[in-house]
Design a binder for this molecule. Structure first.
Ligand code: DGJ
Length: 733
């Protein structure tokens, strides 16, 4: 027994000595510091040319003190000096989840990336980029790690560029975008799962040792079950207005994988990138694989500040025309489905005008002749007007819209093909499917092979034709309803490249479209919210959160989307889905970009009048919602109501939305709801808009200071008889 103990002690000492020696030997040679207004990322180049992430946290006043950081941590031993690697390579010393793993031409699986150089570029007064050049010690394999800091928005974008000079193709078996490492007492992850009409369902958990993975293997419509966007609180559980929280996701519309690994030192490693599932990517010599960006903010004041950071960044850097205007609209999907003709559409154009919105959007069902699109079983791919429904073509609607004084937009789903279509008959090789297996459908359709440049040309052609043949067309809704089953390309030699090349192909088409049509507003839809990520969003002006348009459910979906995506991008339509009165439905739609999708003839005169007046008010105040700062004041998952406010950047005005979310007969708002983001010293008049049937409980001459509104708050007095209230605050001088 004694002997066994002695052996253990000797083994322990041997290990300790080795580890201590390793640690003692490795001194930091230099630090690379990248800062935003509030946080910093510090990389350390070690004596042996490893590059580690020394720090990711609140910015220090004195940059010289970053180098003293390491000494304050007396953690368990890192046997490898790699637990905090900036890009963990596998096959050599690594013991944890790698960021990259490869198979070289000779079959060897090892990689050890060493510092070669780095470059710091000031791209503008607000953007600084650090590029770190790494190289394997043995093989001609190179990695460039990029960190782009958006200073005032406090957002860092990270991505890698991989290349090699081996004789033949190297197989990348993993190729993440970013590899972070965080220190903290505890880590709390809020992630999102979902399904059709149940998007963005949050779950929060305290992370334990081991790996928690957020991933998608769906190929297209990749957020159907899961978003890659998350919030991670450090030390304490997630809170809206306090605490350190990292928020972000992978800006990629294909398969993704984000691993959270609590390591042997109790630190949290995050490895985020394209999912390597069925995607061991074959990279030719001297070609580059540029990974998508992993973008994140580190808020020092909870998720509220984190969201505002991401919204500011998205409006100035990601969305098309992020600080611009948007069309309010009438859509026909939920009122007609596939059953319409030219007369009905002309009537809908009149309705658009009567309602007072800007644009009419014609949805699915306008195309296909050999196989008319009268149901979701045919015609995707045959993008020619159906002669029975539209005998005079789209152009006649565009012209009629102009006469009526409204804009006109149209729905397309260019990535897809129906087995019952002329395209499928003519181009079976363009279809993603296993040639020797039975087809399997998602919504009766299949996906086109976007890894094939011919298919990319065809897809660009669909869009370009619509605009060249119909000058004046003002808007596109781009849908994507199917996931990829039986992933197989007839074009690619290496099937392992399919999922990645599909998404890159999609971006090539969107890139080309935007080069010719930079400003056309376009909605990103994927059978609801199946594709909401900044990889795609950079080509769009707005997104469709869900086919669930029940206003009560929408409050929850919109609330969670607001964590990452700004209100200007959220297309919120008023429909007849759900039992709420017209006021509640419009009030909910107003916390975003308003649209309608209902039959005006089914509204009573009172309802129609209310809707028309509400649109007029919305036109007055929409800039607050679209361009202002969001403050989430009450979370419907924590209380019986939801409350959100948008405050103008100069703090001179705000709009506050309040919704009673509990359907209990006795439920009401019993306490004031505290504001955020106002100027304590300013005085604000408070008025209620969108009054319907019940009057307002807000006295007509109410003026309160920002101080009162933020310390005490305001009760919108919601109850069974009045389930929502929209209040406008204006500075009184
Ligand atoms: C799914 C979308 O989410 C709906 O809004 C509608 O456009 C249908 N597709 C049309 O097929």
């Amino acid at each position: 027994m004694k002997q066994v103990n002695l052996i253990f002690i000797l083994m322990y000492l041997a290990n300790l000595t080795f580890a201590q020696q390793t640690q003692l030997r490795l001194k930091t040679e230099k630090e690379i510091i990248l800062e935003t207004e509030t946080f910093s990322v510090v990389l350390s180049v070690e004596e042996n040319n490893d590059v580690n992430l020394l720090y990711l946290g609140k910015k220090l006043v004195n940059t010289d003190e970053y180098k003293l950081l390491g000494k304050q941590y007396k953690q368990a031993h890192d046997y490898t000096n790699m637990y905090q690697s900036v890009y963990t390579a596998s096959g050599t010393r690594n013991l944890l989840e790698p960021a990259i793993s490869v198979q070289h031409v000779d079959g060897n699986l090892s990689l050890d990336l060493k510092y070669v150089d780095h470059k710091i570029q000031q791209l503008s007064s607000n953007q600084k980029q650090v590029t770190v050049y790494l190289k394997d010690e043995v093989y001609p394999f190179f990695v460039e790690l990029n960190y782009l800091a958006n200073y005032t928005e406090n957002v860092i974008e990270q991505w890698a560029v991989l290349k090699h000079q081996e004789k033949k193709n190297v197989t990348l078996t993993k190729y993440a975008s970013a590899n972070l490492s965080l220190k903290g007492k505890d880590f709390y992850l809020k992630s999102y799962h979902g399904d059709w009409i149940a998007e963005m369902q949050p779950e929060e958990e305290r992370l334990t040792h081991g790996i928690k993975t957020l991933d998608s293997k769906l190929g297209s419509r990749t957020n159907l079950f899961r978003s890659s966007y998350f919030a991670l609180a450090i030390d304490n559980p997630i809170a809206e207005n306090e605490g350190l929280v990292l928020m972000g996701g992978l800006d990629w519309s294909g398969n993704f994988k984000v691993d959270f690994e609590k390591d042997p030192q109790d630190n949290l490693r995050i490895v985020a990138g394209i999912n390597n599932y069925a995607s061991h990517y074959s990279l030719a010599p001297n070609k580059e694989l540029v990974t998508p960006r992993f973008s994140y903010t580190l808020s020092t004041n909870g998720t509220g500040e984190g969201s505002r950071n991401l919204h500011n960044w998205a409006r100035s850097n990601k969305l098309i025309d992020g600080y611009g205007e948007r069309f309010t609209l009438l859509n026909n999907w939920e009122s007609t489905y596939f059953d319409f003709d030219e007369n009905k559409i002309f009537n809908l154009l009149e309705n658009t005008k009567e309602l007072g919105v800007d644009l009419f959007l014609l949805d699915d069902g306008w195309f296909g002749n050999k196989y008319p699109r009268n149901a979701d079983t045919s015609a995707l791919g045959d993008w020619v007007e159906n002669k029975t429904k539209l005998p005079n073509g789209i152009i006649s609607i565009v012209k009629e819209a102009k006469k009526t004084g409204v804009e006109f937009g149209i729905w397309v789903e260019p990535e897809m093909v129906s087995p019952k279509s002329e395209l499928y008959e003519k181009k079976p090789k363009w279809v993603v499917k296993q040639q020797n297996r039975a087809e399997f459908y998602f919504r009766n359709q299949l996906v086109l092979d976007l890894s094939n440049p011919e298919v990319q040309d065809y897809m660009y052609g669909i869009l370009d034709d619509l605009f060249t043949k119909n000058p004046g067309l003002a808007y596109i809704k781009w849908d994507c309803n199917a996931v990829i089953y039986n992933a197989h390309s007839n074009y690619l030699e290496d099937q392992n490249n399919f999922y990645v090349d599909y998404t890159l192909g999609l971006y090539k088409v969107l890139e080309r479209f935007r080069a010719k049509y930079p400003k056309i507003p376009m909605m990103l839809c994927s059978g609801g919210g199946g594709r909401i990520d900044y990889g795609a969003m950079q080509y769009f002006t707005e997104y469709w959160p869900s086919d669930n348009t029940d206003a009560l459910d929408r409050i929850y979906i919109q609330y969670e989307n607001s964590m990452f995506f700004p209100a200007i991008a959220s297309a919120n339509h008023v429909t007849t889905f759900g039992k709420q009165d017209i006021k509640f439905r419009i009030d909910v739609a107003m916390m975003g970009k308003v649209g309608f999708d209902l039959n005006l003839e089914e509204l009573t005169a009172d309802e129609l009048h209310f809707a028309q007046e509400a649109i007029k008010s919305y036109d007055k105040y929409k800039h607050l919602v679209w361009h202002g700062d969001l403050y989430r004041l009450a979370n419907p998952r924590e209380t019986n109501h939801a409350s959100l406010a948008y405050v103008s950047k100069d703090k001179s005005a705000a709009v506050m939305f309040n919704y009673l979310t509990s359907y209990s007969q006795v439920s009401k708002t019993t306490s004031p709801i505290k504001f955020g983001g106002l100027d304590a010293a300013k005085k604000y008049s408070v008025t209620e808009i969108n009054l319907y049937k019940s009057g307002s409980y807000i006295p007509s001459d109410l003026v309160l200071t920002g101080d009162f509104l933020m310390k005490i708050g305001l009760n919108p007095v919601l109850s069974k008889g009045k389930r929502s209230a929209v209040l406008i605050l204006k500075e009184v001088k």
